[in-house]
Design a protein around this ligand. Structure first.
Ligand code: 3PG
Ligand code: CO
Length: 533
């Protein structure tokens, strides 16, 4: 009988290439250091083509990272699929696009866009918005309103004015001939308004509904005025935390969402788009009081959840991820267990299983969610690492599971706040978790595999175009660790090119599932990447 395997995903813990604000190296990590010194290990590519993103300039993220970890394959991801659909014109031939446009034309109504305004390419891309606005005008739409969520989390922390400026001048040009009326209508920082995930904080989405749909909230003459005012009022505030705003003229919101309008949620990634989609789509919605719900034609950029069919209308088909690790384990009758705290719970369940919220087997799959605190995680950098570890220890002791996986969110969630000091503590909390797990793995004969989905904590500072050092809140493009700890079995990593700056890593995140399957004595599907052992 193969030994059980425990996979630890240290979210956002990579190996720095620049050394700038490297919280992973700065942290006191005796266990990680020991594992890297004594155990078979390598570095995995976690960005760009290794995870199905358009180019190697695209940093990795948790969605594409967990997809690749969970399925042993590389699928073209949302960012790439939307590019292709727009370039080929396929998007505009889709039923959904036609319905959205026909609805506005038939009713002389407004086409609304809601989404993250940046080129981070993690949840959205401003270029997609521009292309759709142009096409809408070409197809005879007269009026568009854009509801902008300010980023500063996948792009530089205070870069919102750059994107607002780009959108304002784009709209100005589009409006110039008088045949089109495009305006920014509302918005706010993505961590304050609308983009909650995994139902951690529904009031955020309720605020988004009030802001974008009802036009309720503090009024400003322009988005730029809102950002400047909020910055003056909140010293040191970064874009993701900016409060909600409504753009108004003569006291009247310029872009409430009303009956007969069409609405496009232009984010392609699902986790932070699902709750707003539910608010627009679900008839028996109870998460908050929507008031009189406008009767609109709503579409998502993608279908964010294939099991829930959410949203029902969407512009681009999502990647169809099949032959996942879970399916292989279920077919073999093995028991698996997944745990994280709320912020990353869907990462080890929904993203892991190819963006599916349903289980493949109720009997063989067990999920556990540990509720996250609703705070900015620089205030609680340890997050729920202790609780996750406690839970894992109990689960290992139960001897019920063949494959156990967890995600420690600290390196990523604290990393996104931009606080180097707190991120160091976050990484240390993960290291403590590992040290506790090693003991139980030794005692209960479990193989421990440690990796990460992408970098973040490893690069808390960056140089801007002028060469000045500034805070970095986004993920890094760095490789991540892959370590096998087993007291009894001696594993060797095949053909390992020891990492050195400039030397490409041989393996990527999609090589993890095949390796685990081999440890468990199972055969990997032919379509998978190769095993590292
Ligand atoms: C977020 O949604 O918090 C960031 O855009 C990406 O972070 P994640 O990919 O690590 O979840
Ligand atoms: Co992240």
């Amino acid at each position: 009988m193969a030994k059980p395997v425990l996979l630890v995903v240290m979210d956002g813990v990579g190996f720095s290439k620049t050394g700038l604000g490297d919280a992973v190296t700065l942290a006191n990590t005796p266990t990680l250091d020991r594992l890297l010194r004594e155990c078979p290990n390598t570095r995995l590519k976690a960005h760009g083509d290794a995870v199905g993103l358009p180019t190697d300039d695209d940093m990795g993220n948790s969605e594409v990272g967990h997809n690749a970890l969970g399925c042993g394959q590389i699928y073209s991801q949302g960012a790439k699929l939307v590019n292709e659909s727009i370039e080929s014109g396929k998007m505009y031939q889709s039923e959904a696009w036609k319905e959205l446009v026909d609805n506005c034309k038939a009713n002389n109504s407004t086409l609304h866009f809601i989404g993250l305004l940046s080129d981070g390419n993690v949840h959205s891309n401003i270029k997609h918005l521009f292309k759709m606005l142009t096409e809408a005008k070409n197809e005879g739409i007269k009026k568009a309103r854009v509801h902008i969520l300010l980023d500063g989390r996948d792009v530089p922390a205070t870069s919102a004015p750059i994107y607002i400026e780009q959108l304002e001048s784009f709209l100005k040009e589009l409006n110039a001939d008088g045949a089109f009326d495009g305006k920014i209508a509302s918005g706010g920082g993505r961590m304050k308004v609308t983009m909650d995930r995994y139902q951690a904080d529904w009031p955020m989405v309720e605020l988004g509904w009030k802001t974008h749909v009802k036009g309720e909230g503090r009024q400003f003459a322009s988005a730029m005025e809102a950002v400047e005012t909020y910055r003056k009022e909140n010293d040191g505030i970064i874009d993701q935390d900016l409060p909600a705003f409504v753009i108004a003229e003569n006291g009247e919101p310029v872009g409430k969402i009303v009956d007969k309008d069409s609405v496009i949620l232009f984010n392609f990634r699902g986790d932070r788009a699902i709750e707003l989609s539910m608010a627009f789509d679900d008839d028996d919605f109870t998460a908050f009081d929507r008031g009189a719900k406008p009767d609109v034609c709503f579409a998502g950029m993608l279908q964010y959840d294939g099991d829930l069919k959410l949203p029902a209308r969407f512009l681009v088909n999502p990647p169809e991820i099949t032959n996942t690790l879970t399916e292989v384990l279920v077919a073999a009758g093995l028991n698996e267990y997944a745990v994280s705290e709320t912020q990353k719970y869907g990462h080890v369940t929904y993203f892991w299983n190819g963006n599916k919220s349903d289980k493949f087997s109720e009997e063989l799959e067990t999920y556990k969610e540990i509720p996250s605190d609703n705070v900015s995680f620089d205030q609680r950098p340890w997050m729920k690492s202790a609780e996750i570890t406690d839970d894992l220890i109990e689960v290992i002791k139960s001897k019920k599971y063949d494959f156990i996986r967890c995600n420690y969110p600290n390196g990523d969630m604290v990393g996104h706040t931009g606080s180097l000091d707190s991120t160091i503590i976050g990484v240390e909390a993960v290291d403590l978790g590992l040290s506790r797990l090693i003991k139980v793995c030794d005692e209960y004969g479990v193989t421990l595999v440690v990796t990460a989905d992408h970098g973040n904590a490893d690069e808390m500072l960056e140089k801007n175009k002028k060469g000045e050092v500034q805070v970095r809140t986004a993920h890094s493009l760095n490789p991540v660790p892959f370590i096998i700890y087993d007291k009894e079995v001696k594993y060797t990593i095949k053909d390992d090119t020891k990492y050195a700056p400039g030397v490409p890593t041989k393996y990527g995140l999609a090589n993890v599932a095949p390796t685990i399957v081999k440890m468990l004595g199972l055969t990997a599907p032919d379509c998978w990447q190769e095993s590292m052992i």
